[in-house]
Design a protein around this ligand. Sequence first.
Ligand SMILES: Nc1nc2c(ncn2[C@@H]2O[C@H](COP(=O)(O)OP(=O)(O)OP(=O)(O)O)[C@@H](O)[C@H]2O)c(=O)[nH]1
Ligand SMILES: [Mg+2]
Length: 329
Amino acid sequence: MANYEFESDESAVQASSVSDGLTAEPLIPTAPAGFKSGFVGIIGRPNVGKSTLMNQLIGQKVAITSPIAQTTRNRLRGILTRPDVQIIFVDTPGIHKPQHELGSVLVKNARIAIDSVDILLFVVDGSVEAGGGDRFVANLLTQTTVPVILGINKSDQQPADRPDIDQSYQQLAEAQGWAVAKFSALTSDGLEALQSQLIDRLDPGPYYYPPDLVTDQPERFIMGELIREQILALTREEVPHSVAVTIDRVEEDPDITRILATIYAERPSQKGILIGKGGTMLRTIGTEARQQIQKLVMGKVYLELFVKVQPKWRQSRFQLSELGYRVEE
Ligand SMILES: Nc1nc2c(ncn2[C@@H]2O[C@H](COP(=O)(O)OP(=O)(O)OP(=O)(O)O)[C@@H](O)[C@H]2O)c(=O)[nH]1
Ligand SMILES: [Mg+2]
């Protein structure tokens, strides 16, 4: 079974050399005078739009998104390079009350990001007022010395007659002296101002990654995520949460990329749902995922999917690690 390679914080520079496909230029140039750079951690409860925001800020889809909470399972970096600045955004799993070992690995990985970045962007959902989940995250952030910007997202969905929503977040921010930004990751409204706020707070620094690299993740990881994204979009209830995907083989021929992947479910009933009547569900997942992967590799893709049952993988430390989920200290 194939394992994903994950990079620790310390190996950020080497990460570029192991990223296959997404990098054309392995050399890191010397930064000109006045160049700024740094790491921005995107933190918040699940489903507030952290991954959508990161994709929009870097102008490319490197993180999958969905209306289902706990979509993101790994810390992953999205890199924005301009002539004057390089910002490395660190997308994290939503912070929530863990129900199983997978959940606690996710939350631990999100928490590690808090102290390993230069700026924290605490993202909240501006279509609803501050709740217990936001206050829990806010409380975690009071324990760090890293500067925090509270970002009110989904401004496009905020009802005009609810000024109390912003007030509930303003209160959280004022209590800690945090800056506030308001934007919509979906429409890009307010994102330029957010970018300026971030750049103002960055110090002069080097290129951490080659200018044309958009993520630290290997192409294989993103392929697996694009398959999981279709499962999140097409299945319901427990199925999206019970699924892991491994990429077992990638063969690149001049005119086609052949990919073999396995979808792991926890129960035979979930396997049945994933395959569907006469294999229709698996075919739909495969067709949709193949189209997304074709955009990633910019060429034709042949995708073969298998479904296997791995009972209780979300509870088992060993199996979590085999499937690419472990605490990355
Ligand atoms: N209307 C609106 N929807 C948004 C906005 N940003 C994100 N969404 C939607 O919110 C849902 C969750 O977005 P994600 O980016 O997956 O959220 P997340 O915070 O990364 O979620 P987890 O990975 O589960 O922690 C998706 O359906 C997005 O399309 C926004 O600015 N406006
Ligand atoms: Mg996410």
